[in-house]
Ligand binder design. Structure first.
Ligand code: CA
Length: 225
């Protein structure tokens, strides 16, 4: 899952970026409203953290712009203490959740997980597909309760497929959601990750739809139907 962080305070921006990378997300950052607005318009994010007090273009205007142009990704806004009217404006502009500064990064991560789950239509922090389970809180996967060792990129691919299980995910879509914008993207590496994942979680769980992409399924359930 790929996240955009728009925050002008350098220390907080770096802290959020680091925590989110450690949590298994691909992360892009922007230091002002103009850059943030541009990235949100042009890149396919799964969720956004948006500070409201930003240089160049304020956060509420950025958010309104995204919503006006049809962007539906969940947005969590960061507001300054005591500025309750900001919150109201933020929600009216299309925010999905908020945190008031200062906050604990753990709480932000928990709220992001909830937003990503809700956007994908899931209710709990662990995603199941048959006996394959991805715990998005610990960024870990198990098959039949046995832990699977995954590299960070393998985890990103699996987590994205799990959030969209049962649906065909195009290779280009996977690439856009597992790498940040600075990453040197090579579509062949996706096939490598898929191959390694199949060896680790079982060959029949990830189907290749020729010319379309990949689909994560529960092979037992598929046999039953
Ligand atoms: Ca600010």
């Amino acid at each position: 899952m790929r996240i955009l962080v728009v925050e002008d305070e350098p220390d907080l921006r770096r802290q959020l970026e680091k925590a989110m990378i450690e949590a298994g997300y691909a992360v892009d950052t922007a230091a002002d409203g103009e850059e943030g607005q541009f990235l949100g318009e042009t890149e396919p994010y799964d969720a956004v953290v948006l500070d409201l007090g930003l240089p160049k273009i304020d956060g509420v205007t950025v958010l309104k712009g995204w919503r006006d142009s049809g962007k539906v990704f969940p947005v969590l806004i960061l507001t300054a203490r005591g500025r309750w009217s900001e919150k109201v404006e933020g929600f009216d502009a299309g925010a999905d959740d908020y945190l008031t500064k200062p906050f604990h990064v753990e709480e932000l991560l928990a709220r992001m997980r909830a937003l990503l789950r809700r956007a994908a239509g899931h209710a709990t922090s662990s995603l199941d597909c048959g006996d394959l389970r991805v715990d998005t809180r610990a960024a870990r996967a198990t098959v039949g309760g046995e832990p699977i060792r995954l590299t960070s990129h393998e985890y990103k691919v699996l987590a994205y497929l799990m959030h969209h299980r049962g649906r065909v995910v195009a290779r280009t879509e996977l690439i856009e959601h597992i790498y940040d914008q600075d990453f040197d993207r090579d579509s062949n590496t996706i096939e490598v990750f898929i191959g390694r994942l199949r060896r680790k979680i079982g060959n029949d769980r990830i189907q290749t739809e020729r010319g379309l992409g990949y689909r994560l399924i529960d092979p037992v359930e598929m046999q039953a139907t």
